[in-house]
Write a protein of this length. Structure first.
Length: 348
């Protein structure tokens, strides 16, 4: 029985900003923004992923482009389920056969109700069995840390909706903190700051571009400047402003402080033996936020710990969840199993 299902098991990193799908023996096969475009009148899905993201902030009245996940949890259940189903069908061409076992990543701080919603969305989207793995655990496995050894590994996973900080040892999370300050808040901070300092209104996509091109967490020698376009709040007309990296860093100060603070608090709660291990091995940064220039220097500067950025930080969580699918028996201990059968299987 198992062999007939082997090719189709999959892991999903259901993120606030991006969703990645890993298929057993194939690796990460899909990486798309977690955005759904719906027709409000008929309720049908018009586009998902990249196509839908292009529509954000540009839709007419009868179309809504929304992000169904907020702060790492499901904000719009129907849209999440539609999105998952769409991604599964993209991966499995032969639809009638696709009933995969699915491992889905969730933030470590989510409630039992939020966890159920994720599982339910997986079952509704056509999974035969849904397992859940905590994001920091998946990120640590994906970053290649020896999670099963009795040494302390610290992971800081800065995603779109949540920042997960965790210390992992012996295949389990020893202490963790999940805060809802992450990539989205950095974008929002840029929007707010531009409004206040330059009376300029930016769209969320522009704010994200500014963060990626100019954003930094620590002063560097060459600070670039760039022109930012938006709508003037006074005249209501489009206007361009020149902004420097130093100004953007000022704008990002508050959310960055919250992220660094989360690292500090977690270190403070870490047992002394493990804290010693982390001092030797360092802190590993994963997630899209790890790409923010100077974030590693900033954490190093404020904690005195060595900090490394994982290679391909955007893929760490998906790869880690994928390892759980590949080595299902060996890594089953890290999964949060669940007793419920899928409604379809029960009906048979």
């Amino acid at each position: 029985m198992a062999s007939s299902f082997i090719g189709r098991d999959m892991a999903v990193d259901l993120g606030t900003a991006n969703t990645l799908v890993y298929v057993r023996r194939k690796g990460v096969v899909l990486d798309e923004p977690s955005v759904v475009a719906l027709n409000d009148t008929t309720g049908e899905v018009l586009a998902v992923g990249h196509d839908a993201k292009r529509m954000v902030g540009r839709t007419p009245d009868n179309i809504t482009a929304l992000r169904p996940l907020k702060d790492g949890v499901i904000a719009d259940f129907e849209a999440t389920e539609q999105m998952l189903r769409w991604f599964i069908q993209r991966v499995h061409r032969r639809r009638y056969l696709a009933k995969p076992r699915m491992v889905i990543c969730v933030p470590s701080g989510i409630t039992a109700v939020e966890q159920r919603a994720v599982k339910e969305a997986g079952y509704q989207a056509g999974a035969r069995r849904v397992y859940i793995v905590e994001e920091p655990m998946a990120a640590a496995i994906g970053a290649g840390l020896p999670v099963h050894q009795p040494t302390g590994n610290m992971v800081v996973d800065v995603g779109g909706g949540t920042t997960e900080v965790a210390v992992i040892s012996l295949g389990g999370v020893v202490t963790s903190l999940s805060i809802r300050t992450a990539g989205d808040d950095l974008d929002q901070a840029i929007v707010t700051w531009m409004k206040k300092e330059h009376s300029l209104m930016l769209g969320e996509r522009t704010a994200e571009e500014v963060k990626m091109t100019l954003g930094s967490a620590f002063p560097a020698t060459d600070e670039p400047t760039a022109e930012v376009r938006g709508r003037d709040l006074v005249s209501g007309l489009p206007r361009t402003v020149e902004v420097s990296a130093r100004e953007v860093r000022q704008a990002l100060e508050e959310p960055l402080h919250a992220i660094v603070d989360a690292v500090r608090v977690t270190l403070d709660q870490t047992p002394p033996e493990l804290a010693g291990d982390i001092m030797d091995r360092g802190i590993v940064l994963t997630g899209g936020g790890a790409l923010l220039r100077g974030l590693d220097d900033r954490i190093r500067h404020e904690t005195g710990m060595p900090v490394h950025v994982a290679e391909d930080p955007l893929l760490s969580v998906a790869r880690g969840a994928g390892r759980c699918v590949e080595e299902f028996e060996a890594l089953q201990a890290v999964l949060v199993a669940d007793q419920r059968r899928s409604p379809v299987a029960a009906a048979r």
